[in-house]
Write a protein that binds this ligand. Structure first.
Ligand code: NAG
Ligand code: NAG
Ligand code: NAG
Ligand code: NAG
Ligand code: NAG
Length: 554
């Protein structure tokens, strides 16, 4: 029995990996794989910085390149947004002559050199541009897609308003040099050379006093056409103004390019950009979500993919502002089912500003790039690694799943009539009728009933609407599901400490900043995915998992 499952899993994985046919295109708001009948490919990337002072992909003094690529795959990411400084492509005396060793020694990074000697000795004496190509090739070997992101011009930490790298015409952003660099990278990673390079981000976080809409249209069009003319296979990824937050001007005036099915827009979103504490969290999340839809989210409805190419939180888990942001982010990211890239893979940097071996608390890997910094947070984010719907993923009629953003889990069955939180793969699917009845879409004779405050919410037989509770999405976040019990008490759906779904007093409907509604947040997310069976089909023992990984790497 076990062997049979093992073999079928093996075949399944083989099938999955070999049907991954690039290049990618767009089909309305979705990124799809033309070589695979236009099936959706959801980009779930992690940022791997390679644009800091040394212009070398970070972490290679800590772990072998192959093992970093393996970690990326094992954490469930299918893609890397690999950052590069413009001068790596335009200053040949720098990129083609200076070796990794020389670049590290320029900053006195003796320890990093020793680390390279242990972990990546063959990379140490390569010119910088060759080392960059090695990283792309290594990711390709591990079937990881790459998006090349022109992050800055001058190698170094990014970004501020007056760093001379912010907008066209700034000291370090000469538009002609920029276009030359984009063309160089587009040809260096053409699809007959690096088929895993699936996209190019034209420029990271435009900003500063010079930014203006007129120049944006002019130069971004030039950059987009330049990349497409050299490498017509890659997705051309375009960001807006104000640190990649503002694309609102596209509402009135479209971005016109000569090519089709390759254009993707990109935005960034961080919790530290504003306070999530001064007001009621329902209000802040509602407001920020609305703002994001106004600034860029509307592009999905206009038929363009939106790639949230940077978001992230302090992985120590102790930053309350970031944690609140993440719950709100998860709700929107699941609801819109967007493509994204987490900031960041890096557990530490060779040197950042003047700090040698600088720790990156936003890194999913720890300081020495060996283990996951916080698996709880990664587990939560993994909920949005699986696409909920899209071309080729219409396995069922679209229905709603009840997503719990602050845990990354969904409402699943605990028993015939009881519910709990569990993996979204096993999520029950629901229909919210015009009469506000929540019923199961598979077993349509069951609906959700609020019996008594403080007790479990239950499914009950649904003969007529009269037998079911009526549910309303309320509060400023529109994520609290409110109903009324038998004796007239107003209650909200909540989760108890055993992950059971219960009815409690509604939190924070009029609350202030000290009130935390997150346990009661539920987002009704559209899904067309088939539900996995509640008893796991196959149980992978740690032994068979390692064996599988070995078998697949030959
Ligand atoms: C890739 O294609 C370009 C032109 O399409 C060609 O000039 C180049 O030699 C090709 N490279 C390889 C490695 O085949
Ligand atoms: C991970 O993050 C969670 C909160 O999101 C926190 O409670 C926990 O302490 C963190 N764990 C580690 C190992 O930092
Ligand atoms: C959910 O399903 C996806 C795709 O079928 C799989 O990659 C992922 O590991 C599953 N997650 C869990 C928690 O079972
Ligand atoms: C309804 O029931 C709850 C819990 O059983 C109780 O606390 C509450 O006082 C009751 N409300 C009314 C209006 O009877
Ligand atoms: C917030 O509300 C709670 C109770 O709802 C109250 O005890 C607290 O003083 C309020 N805080 C502020 C800053 O208004």
């Amino acid at each position: 029995m076990e062997r049979f499952f093992f073999i079928s899993l093996f075949l399944l994985l083989l099938f999955v990996t070999t049907t991954f046919a690039l290049p990618l295109s767009t089909d309305s708001r979705w990124i799809v794989d033309d070589g695979n009948k236009g099936r959706r490919v959801k980009l779930t990337c992690v940022n791997w910085p390679s644009h800091l002072e040394t212009a070398v992909a970070e972490g290679l003094s800590k772990q072998p390149m192959d093992s970093i690529a393996e970690k990326i795959v094992s954490m469930g990411f299918n893609c890397v947004r690999l950052t590069w400084p413009l001068y790596l492509a335009t200053d040949e005396s720098f990129s083609d002559i200076m070796t990794v060793r020389q670049s590290l020694l320029k900053f006195g990074l003796f320890e990093a050199v020793s680390g390279f000697q242990v972990h990546n000795p063959t990379v140490l004496d390569l010119p910088l541009i060759k080392a960059f190509q090695e990283v792309v090739a290594c990711l390709g070997k591990h079937r990881v897609m790459v998006i090349l992101d022109n992050h800055i011009s001058q190698p170094g930490w990014c970004c501020s308003d007056n760093d001379g790298n912010g907008f066209f015409g700034d000291k370090h952003l000469n538009p002609q040099v920029w276009i030359k660099g984009l063309k160089k990278m587009a040809s260096m990673f053409a699809s007959n050379v690096s088929s895993n390079v699936v996209g190019m981000s034209l420029r990271n976080e435009l900003r500063g006093p010079k930014q203006n809409i007129k120049d944006w249209y002019m130069y971004m069009k030039k950059g987009a056409e330049a990349v497409h003319s050299i490498n017509p296979d890659v997705l051309v990824i375009v960001s807006g103004l104000n640190y990649a937050t503002d694309l609102s001007f596209l509402r009135d005036k479209p971005f016109e390019v000569s090519f089709r099915r390759k254009l993707v827009f990109e935005i960034h979103w961080y919790g530290f950009w504003n306070s999530w504490e001064g007001d009621s969290l329902n209000k802040i999340c509602g407001r920020e979500t609305e703002n994001l839809m106004k600034m860029s989210g509307f592009l999905l409805e206009k038929g363009f993919p939106l790639f949230v190419s940077e978001f992230g939180i302090d992985q120590r888990g102790s930053n309350a502002n970031d944690n609140k942001f993440l719950s709100c982010f998860m709700a929107l990211a699941a609801d819109l089912d967007v493509d994204w890239a987490l900031w960041t893979l890096a557990g530490s940097y060779y040197i950042r500003d003047k700090t040698i071996g600088s720790d990156e608390t936003y890194g999913v890997l720890d300081w020495d790039w060996s283990s996951i910094r916080n698996s709880t947070i990664l587990q939560m984010i993994s909920a949005i690694q699986t696409p909920f719907t899209g071309p080729g993923l219409m396995e069922t009629q679209p229905k709603k799943i009840m997503f719990h953003p602050s845990s990354g889990l969904c409402i699943v069955r605990k028993s015939l009539f009881q519910l709990k939180l569990g993996s979204c793969n096993r999520s029950e699917s629901w229909k919210l009728s015009s009469h506000q009845v929540l019923s199961l879409t598979e077993e349509r004779i069951l609906c959700l009933k609020a019996y008594e405050k403080g007790k479990a919410v239950k499914l009950r037989l649904f003969f007529s609407d009269f037998h079911c509770s009526k549910w309303k999405l309320l509060s400023d976040s529109k994520m609290q599901l409110l109903s009324v019990t038998k004796n007239g008490t107003i209650v909200c759906l909540d989760v108890d400490s055993y992950s059971k779904i219960v009815m409690r007093s509604c939190k924070c409907l009029q609350g202030n900043s000290s009130c935390d509604p997150r346990s009661q947040w539920f987002k009704l997310v559209t899904s067309s995915r088939r539900r996995s069976k509640s008893k796991p089909f196959i149980q992978i023992s740690p032994y068979s998992k390692t064996f599988l990984q070995k078998a697949l790497s030959v």
